[in-house]
Ligand binder design. Structure first.
Ligand SMILES: CC(C)(COP(=O)(O)OP(=O)(O)OC[C@H]1O[C@@H](n2cnc3c(N)ncnc32)[C@H](O)[C@@H]1OP(=O)(O)O)[C@@H](O)C(=O)NCCC(=O)NCCS
Length: 161
């Protein structure tokens, strides 16, 4: 497996917010935005791994401002870290009012995906080539986020079911 650059798997995706995506105030539903975040992140991870991927974790997400029906959502996703079989993807979302040209930052989420083989078992992914200082710094910060996630995963093994 050849290592790949961050640029090799970057994704940009657009969605138009339709009435069916909104709540009773005409604002985009948080769950719908999370769905698009998941899809954009999965496409970047799948491109890197050249594999089917499963979402293992989505870090906490803050919604900065309401997005109205009729606006566009622009999602940008890129790899920030890879392990043996897992990958962290940063997904950034902005809204765009195409009538006025105004754009607003909506949210940022770190999503962890695991590459799966045909039996649904984790499979190795290519390494990540870090080309810029920003990519190198982001990779280091990702290691801290991963440690926090794995600690949380350990705690959540106590089943309430
Ligand atoms: C994610 C999943 C495939 C991991 O499978 P597993 O058999 O537990 O495999 P492992 O424990 O070996 O973990 C595989 C990798 O995922 C990472 N991982 C697993 N759970 C994680 C979590 N919650 N956060 C971050 N990383 C996680 C492991 O650290 C490991 O990484 P590495 O290979 O890069 O070191 C499995 O838990 C699963 O299928 N979960 C459900 C996925 C799903 O259905 N998602 C949709 C939303 S419901």
């Amino acid at each position: 497996m050849e290592n790949k650059r961050v640029a090799d798997s970057k994704i940009e995706m657009r969605e138009l917010v339709l009435p069916n995506d909104t709540n009773l105030l005409g604002n985009l539903l948080g769950g719908r935005l999370l769905h698009w975040v998941d899809i954009a992140g999965a496409m970047a991870a799948s491109r890197h791994a050249q594999s089917i991927v499963a979402t293992a974790s989505i870090d906490s997400v803050d919604f900065s401002h309401p997005v109205k029906a009729g606006e566009m959502i622009v999602l940008k996703a890129r790899l920030t870290w890879v392990g043996r079989t897992s990958m962290e993807v940063l997904v950034e979302a902005c809204s765009e009012n195409y009538l006025t040209g105004e754009t607003k930052f909506t949210n940022r989420a770190y999503v962890t995906f695991v590459a799966l083989d045909s039996q649904g078992k984790p499979r190795p992914v290519p390494g990540l080539i870090l080309e810029t200082d920003e990519e190198k710094a982001e990779f280091q910060r990702a290691i801290e986020r991963r440690n926090a996630r794995l600690a949380r995963r350990q705690e959540s093994k106590v089943s309430p079911c």
